[in-house]
Structures are given as structure tokens and as C-alpha cells.
Design a protein around this ligand. Structure first.
Ligand code: GAL
Length: 701
């Protein structure tokens, strides 16, 4: 089962790809590396059910027994992401159809339509067989349903299901016509039979149609997951159930909404940048996962589920594909990335995959046991990481400290991918990433929040390009600021309602009153264009004609047609403050701006003494606090801290040395400062942290 106070470690193990002699070596190596959780059977449907209705489970019995005998648990997968060839032959109507009307054939994975009744029935059957046989197997600690839900389809099954979903969402065609503004280009529907999936069409598609299609697929895939989950749960409620999320706003899955239906949020994260961006991507992915898990627990009305929290389910130990080649992770990076996830709340570190295969599409994908075998750098690092995770296991369950909240919204991400927008460079996820990167570099811990989430305890709420704002979302923002909260919203926020209909009267639509501005015109930039800002720095991508409606100007455009007009504003609203940023500042300017707003709001950086390139994350529980220091530079750094460094066991008096490219985890001596808002009456200029030492206005990173 899922033990508390222990960090899980392992990866995808594929016994079906290897003779049994290799299994014996595998478990011996797992023990050596202290691996204690492996995902089993994730694509093994054709081996488990080689012909329809005939099951070959003997090999899985032996594999799970072997794991149990060796103290390794299984995240037992349902293999429904890879239907067997016989299924596709027997049910050609369940193969997926693209927007162009091409029916895809068997030959890769994910060749199914999750709205096709035959597929759903077959998926339930194989999940039920596994539930009956293994729900009480001593090795099974977690159910891993499917793999990376995200496949969409435009077949007739999908179209019928889409119509049913639309009828449930909108009630009648009049409401659908209004929501999609079908009066434009004469798209008015007079019969449900006229409504199709948004297939390839002659020119620009209808944005409301596209947005609802994404929502429909999120709900349909969720229903497919839930029916498997319910079977597994019924067989043994003590075993938690999850599915691994694939990240990116191309995925038609609202991960936050799904989080209410999983016992443990699990993410796959493959940062693709060969440079330092991978560290920033890692921090954001982990903060997103934690935000989704918190949101899901709240929607469920508590955190009672076993294994609640989140887990890094897959990442690459080494080679990762980017820019037309695979790049090799340099020594230490695998551990640093995994420990960065643990710092931000992951309940362990899992990899794709345990052993590199000799064939198949991903034969050169990296693995903990590479083609070279255990006598390899990667396997030695695997062993060292297993030992490190054991030494820091006491952090499991501790809360991650954050003084700033960043808003994220799947639907805003989807809506900004549509054609017909004022620029093709608009990207909600990219803007969330830019704001997160700026705060990460300035050393502030961030939580990701969803519209409607509680905001107590955050100094600052940042809303980057929150394009869709329902009246409820606008009310949530208004109440937060009116009650004394500090908000920083960027361009494109509040522009449209939940159906992607533009709000009239001036942008940023739903948030005009709270921000105290009225935007009359957009000025989208060409690639490489930059407009100078007063006080230094530039604005990229976008600019706006901003009129003040109660706000004051903090920075102006200092060139071009907008010269002299407001670029960044601040508005007192109720007891709070609302900043508006009408352009995308360059990275350095954005870091300073966000650091200023955060400090003014009383937010505190995690470790003001950390030098540039050393990431600091603090976790707390009733029992104490832990400071993770991740050195992303190629030289050692000393960082102020006091307590015990857990990886070495060495006492730390006033500072700890963090090796080049390495990590330190300090169990802190009592009395570390609390994060979040400080008493504003005590602020004198907002430039001191709770240690009483001067901060460098966000320039320490
Ligand atoms: C993941 C997937 C794995 C494997 C991996 C390769 O998205 O779940 O099965 O394909 O990518 O990086």
C-alpha cells in the first residue's frame, strides 16, 4: 500500500519485453538502487489478452510475485492506451479519425476513439480482469490507469457524443447559438443533427465550437478514466488510483478538474530545453502539479484519500529529444531535477523507463539501466539518487512554502490557441511560464491557483493572460482585492467570457473596474519588435492603448506610437492594490517588476541569501522545516542556513556548501520565518525580509 513518510522511487518496468533471466537481474539492480515502485504493464494489452476474451496472466503473476518477494511495489497499469491489433481489426469503427477525416490505422499506440462504445467496453473488460486478479496482490500499491489521456477523434461516435454533451451543457440550440455567436457568418443551427465536431473546414473555425470541443474531450476522457477507476476501487478501496498527466495546452484535458477524481495527481515531465530553461520548466511543472492536487482535494471536500498529493510519474534519466536530436543530460542533472520535484512536493521520483529496450519506437529513449548495462554513469547516478531519497524521506507530507499565487486556467490556454486572434504569439501557458520564471529568478515561492481557489496567506496574486473570465471569476478577483489582496494582472486578462465572447466597453473586460483602466486598442508586435519603457527595459509581443480610470501610471511606453502613455499601472481598490501590465516586459524587467509588486505586497523570498543560480525551496510541517538548495551553476556556493544537512548528515552552523550542480537539504534549526503576507503596518518601504537583512529588490538571482 501507499506508506506515508517515504519517497517512492522507480520507473516503468516492462517484463513482457525481456526473458525471465533478465527479470532476476532487474530486481537485484532495483534493490541495489533502492527502487521501491515500478509501473508495470502499461502497454501490455496484447500480451495480457492475446486473443479476444482469452487472458494470459501467468507472466504478470510471476512478475508481481517477484516484485513482492523483493520488496518492490507495483503501480499496476491498465493497458488501455495500446489496444491490441485484433481489437482494431474487429472494431474498425473504433479507430480514431482526424479533423481531416482520415481514419488512422493500427501501428503505433493510442489508436482508439474513447467515445466509441466498443473501445470503452473492451477497456472496462481488461481493467475488470486486472482488478479481480490483482486488487489484493501484495505488490500492488497504486493503480495506474491508461497512459497520458489526450487522444481526440472526429468519428461518428465522437460527433454523437459531442451533441449529447452540448445539449447537456447548453440546454437548447438557442443557448448554443448564442454562446457560439453563430449569427456571425450565418452559422445558425436549427437542428442538433447539423452540429458536427470541428472538422477541417474552408477557413477560420468558430472559436466557441473549438472551445467546447476541447471541453467535451476533457469530460469524455475523464469519464473513460472514471469507469476504470470505479472498477478498480470497488475491488479494493485501499489501493489509490491515478493516471499520468501529459502536460501542455495542446492536451484536451483540464488537469485541475481531473484532480478531483484521482487519489494522487501524477505528472509526466520531460523538460526539453538543453540549457537552464529546463530548471525553470521543472519548477513550474511541479508547482502546477501541486496546485492541481490542492484544487482537486478541495473539490473532493477534503484530503482523506490514500496517497493524496502528487507524484512525478515519468521523466527521462538521460537522453531527451529536442531540436532534431537527443541531448545528453550532464552528470548530476538527473538527480537535481528529481530533487527539485521532491522539493516542490512530489512524493517520489519515477522515470520512463527502467531498462532500455532493444527495439520498438523508443529504442533510444534513456533508461535507468541503459543499453550499456549497470556498469554505466547513469546507473551509478541511479543508485546514488536512491540513497539520497532515503536520506531525505522525512520531508514527505510537509507543505511547500509559497508567498505568491499564480493563476492558471486550462480553458484560457485552449482559447488562446484558436485562429483569428490578434496575434499568433498569444499563449496562456507561455505567459504563466514567463511570470513564474520571473518570480523563480527573484526567489519567491509560488503556488499555482485556479479561479475560485482560496487565496488566504498569499502576498500577491498574479494573473497572466487570464483570457477567459466568467462573472464568477471576476467576482473572485474583485473580492480578493477589495479585501486587501494585491493583484498583478497582465494583458489579455478578462477580455472574454467563458464562451470566448469578447466583453465590450474596453479591455480588460471583466477586470476593468478592479484594475482601474480601460484599454482602447491592442498593438500586437512583430517578432523581434520591442518598445522601450520608462525606467528601463522593453515591452515585447504586445502593447496597448491604456486609459486611466482610477489607476496611476507606474511605467510608461517610452517610444513608438504609444510614447508617454501608461504601460504599467496600479490601482487602489477597496482595501487592496491591483497592478496592470499591458505589455510583456523583457525577462529582466519582468523579474524586477514582479519582485517589486511582491515585496510591496509583503511577500517574502524563500532564502534571500541564496546566490544567483541557486534555487531555494522550503517545506514545513508541524515537526519542523526543510530548506532545499539546488545549485544550477558549475561552481560550489555557500548559502546561509542552520541545522543539519540530510544528504551528508553534517551539522550546519551558519552556512552550507552546495556543490556545483548539486543539492543540499537542510533540516532547519527551529524559528525559520513564516512566508506570506506580513503585517503591512510594519512595512517601511517593503524592502526588508523577515530576517531583518536587506533584500536586493529581487536582484539577488
Ligand atoms: C511519455 C510516455 C511514455 C514514453 C515517454 C517518452 O509521454 O508516457 O510512454 O513514450 O513519453 O519520453
Amino acid at each position: 500500500m501507499w506508506d506515508e513518510g517515504r519517497l517512492r522511487y522507480g520507473g516503468d518496468w516492462n517484463p513482457e519485453q525481456w526473458p525471465v533471466e533478465v527479470w532476476a537481474e532487474d530486481v537485484a539492480l532495483m534493490r541495489r538502487a533502492r527502487v521501491d515502485l515500478v509501473t508495470v504493464g502499461v502497454f501490455a494489452w496484447s500480451r495480457l489478452e492475446p486473443v479476444p476474451g482469452r487472458y494470459d496472466l501467468g507472466w504478470l503473476d510471476r512478475a508481481l510475485d517477484l516484485l513482492a518477494d523483493n520488496g518492490v511495489s507495483a503501480a499496476l497499469a491498465t493497458p488501455t492506451a495500446s489496444p491490441p491489433p485484433w481489437f482494431s481489426l474487429a472494431h474498425p469503427g473504433a479507430l480514431p479519425v482526424t479533423a481531416d477525416g482520415v481514419r488512422l490505422r493500427h501501428g503505433s499506440r493510442d489508436t482508439y476513439c474513447a467515445a466509441a462504445p466498443a473501445y470503452r467496453a473492451a477497456a472496462r473488460r481488461i481493467a475488470g480482469v486486472l482488478a479481480d486478479r490483482y486488487a489484493h496482490h501484495p505488490a500492488v500499491a497504486l493503480w495506474h490507469v491508461h497512459n497520458e489521456y489526450g487522444t481526440v477523434c472526429h468519428c461518428e461516435h465522437a460527433a454523437r457524443a459531442f451533441r449529447r454533451w452540448l445539449a447537456a451543457r447548453h440546454g437548447d440550440l438557442a443557448a448554443l447559438n448564442a454562446a457560439w455567436v453563430t449569427s456571425f457568418w450565418g452559422q445558425h443551427y436549427s437542428d442538433w443533427a447539423q452540429v458536427d465536431t470541428p472538422r477541417a473546414t474552408q477557413y477560420l473555425a468558430n472559436p466557441g465550437h473549438l472551445l467546447d470541443f476541447r471541453r467535451f474531450w476533457s469530460d469524455t476522457l475523464l469519464a473513460a478514466y472514471v469507469e476504470q477507476r470505479d472498477l478498480l476501487r470497488a475491488a479494493n478501496p485501499a489501493v489509490p488510483v491515478t493516471t499520468n498527466y501529459v502536460l501542455g495546452d495542446w492536451v484536451p484535458v483540464d488537469h485541475a478538474r481531473w484532480a478531483a477524481e484521482v487519489d494522487l495527481v501524477a505528472i509526466d515531465h520531460y523538460p526539453s530545453a538543453a540549457d537552464g530553461r529546463a530548471e525553470e520548466q521543472t519548477a513550474l511543472a511541479a508547482d502546477l502539479a501541486r496546485g492541481w492536487a490542492r484544487h482537486g482535494a478541495r473539490r473532493r471536500g477534503g484530503t482523506g484519500a490514500p496517497g493524496a498529493g502528487w507524484l512525478l510519474m515519468e521523466t527521462a534519466p538521460n537522453l531527451i529529444y529536442t531540436d532534431g536530436r537527443m541531448h545528453t543530460k550532464e552528470p548530476g542533472r538527473m538527480a537535481r531535477h528529481s530533487l527539485a520535484h521532491v522539493a516542490r512536493g512530489s512524493r517520489g521520483a519515477m522515470y520512463f523507463q527502467w531498462r532500455a529496450p532493444v527495439g520498438g519506437a523508443e529504442r533510444f529513449h534513456s533508461a535507468l539501466v541503459p543499453h550499456a548495462g549497470p556498469d554505466s554513469r547513469v546507473f551509478r547516478e541511479t543508485v546514488a539518487l536512491g540513497a539520497a531519497l532515503e536520506r531525505i524521506a522525512e520531508v514527505d507530507g510537509a507543505t511547500v512554502e509559497a508567498s505568491v499565487a499564480i493563476g492558471w486556467d486550462a480553458a484560457s490556454g485552449w482559447a488562446l490557441r484558436h485562429p483569428g486572434l490578434p496575434s499568433s504569439r498569444l499563449d496562456h501557458h507561455g505567459e504563466v511560464a514567463a511570470a513564474h520564471r520571473a518570480l523563480w529568478r527573484a526567489g519567491f515561492g509560488c503556488d499555482v491557483v485556479l479561479p475560485g481557489d482560496p487565496l488566504d496567506g498569499y502576498g500577491l496574486l498574479v494573473l497572466p493572460a487570464l483570457y477567459l473570465a466568467s462573472d464568477a471569476t471576476a467576482g473572485w478577483v474583485r473580492a480578493y482585492v477589495a479585501g486587501g489582496g494585491h493583484l498583478l494582472a497582465t494583458w489579455l486578462s478578462g477580455v472574454a467570457d467563458e464562451h470566448a465572447r469578447v466583453r465590450t466597453g474596453g479591455y480588460p473586460g471583466a477586470l476593468r473596474d478592479v484594475l482601474g483602466v480601460r484599454v482602447e486598442e491592442f498593438h500586437p508586435h512583430a517578432d523581434g519588435d520591442a518598445v522601450p519603457l520608462s525606467g528601463g527595459g522593453t515591452g515585447r509581443t504586445w502593447a496597448e492603448t491604456v486609459h486611466l480610470a482610477g489607476a496611476e501610471t507606474i511605467r510608461r511606453y517610452a517610444g513608438g506610437v504609444l510614447a508617454g502613455r501608461p504601460a504599467v499601472t496600479r490601482h487602489r481598490y477597496g482595501a487592496g492594490t491591483a497592478w496592470y501590465v499591458s505589455t510583456r516586459p523583457d525577462d529582466d524587467t519582468y523579474r524586477r517588476l514582479l519582485a517589486d509588486a511582491a515585496l510591496d505586497a509583503g511577500a517574502t523570498p524563500t532564502c534571500p541569501g541564496a546566490p544567483a543560480g541557486v534555487e531555494a525551496v522550503r517545506r514545513r510541517s508541524a515537526g519542523g522545516s526543510w530548506l532545499f538548495l539546488l545549485n544550477h551553476t558549475d561552481r560550489a556556493h555557500r548559502v546561509p542556513a542552520a541545522g543539519v544537512e540530510l544528504l551528508t548528515g553534517a551539522p550546519v552552523d551558519t552556512a552550507v556548501e552546495v556543490p556545483a550542480g548539486g543539492v543540499a537539504v537542510v533540516r532547519e534549526a527551529p524559528a525559520a520565518p513564516r512566508p506570506g503576507r506580513r503585517d503591512r503596518s510594519a512595512q517601511s518601504g517593503g524592502r526588508h525580509n523577515d530576517h531583518g537583512t536587506p533584500c536586493r529588490d529581487g536582484t539577488f538571482r
